[in-house]
Design a protein around this ligand. Sequence first.
Ligand code: SF4
Length: 177
Amino acid sequence: MKIDSLNEEIRKCKNCELWKTALHKVFGEGDLNARVMIVVQAPGKIENEEGKMFLGPSGKVLDELFEKAGVRREQFYMTNLIKCMLPKYRKPKKKEIEACSKFLDREIEIINPEIIVPLGYYATKYIMDKYGIKLPEEFYGKLFLGEKKIYPVHHPASLLYHEELREKMILEYKNGI
Ligand code: SF4
């Protein structure tokens, strides 16, 4: 399968320095025929240890938001913009995004989703740039129409630090996912 050979390439990849500190590359997972593709910045600590997506505290928040929206993660295809953990949760560098996003581009080709839901700023910025849409000041919870429908939402980790966003994020997830 195309996705298996892509994941094998990712597994062997040394195209940027991040492979040196990664315990696991984290591949995309979920329904290969999904209508909706969820794109997140990069794996966290537990995802890096286990090699699976959204296992840590953010994963718990994500499942809670999905439950409120009446959906389950198995309905989607979920993947990372950067497949290796960023040390100390630092921001991704431009050259790392350039090196790793080619894998995401190929996943988009293979899955061919109708809607892309980027979670958080870096995933949103990459997807909007890819489809030539200028990122406005306010973009979370708004639908952008182009070659693909793009619906950016806050990263679930936002709720770990900003409880005041709870109602807003529940609405974002309910309305668009
Ligand atoms: S972050 Fe991406 S480009 Fe860099 S080593 Fe990991 S898989 Fe390769």
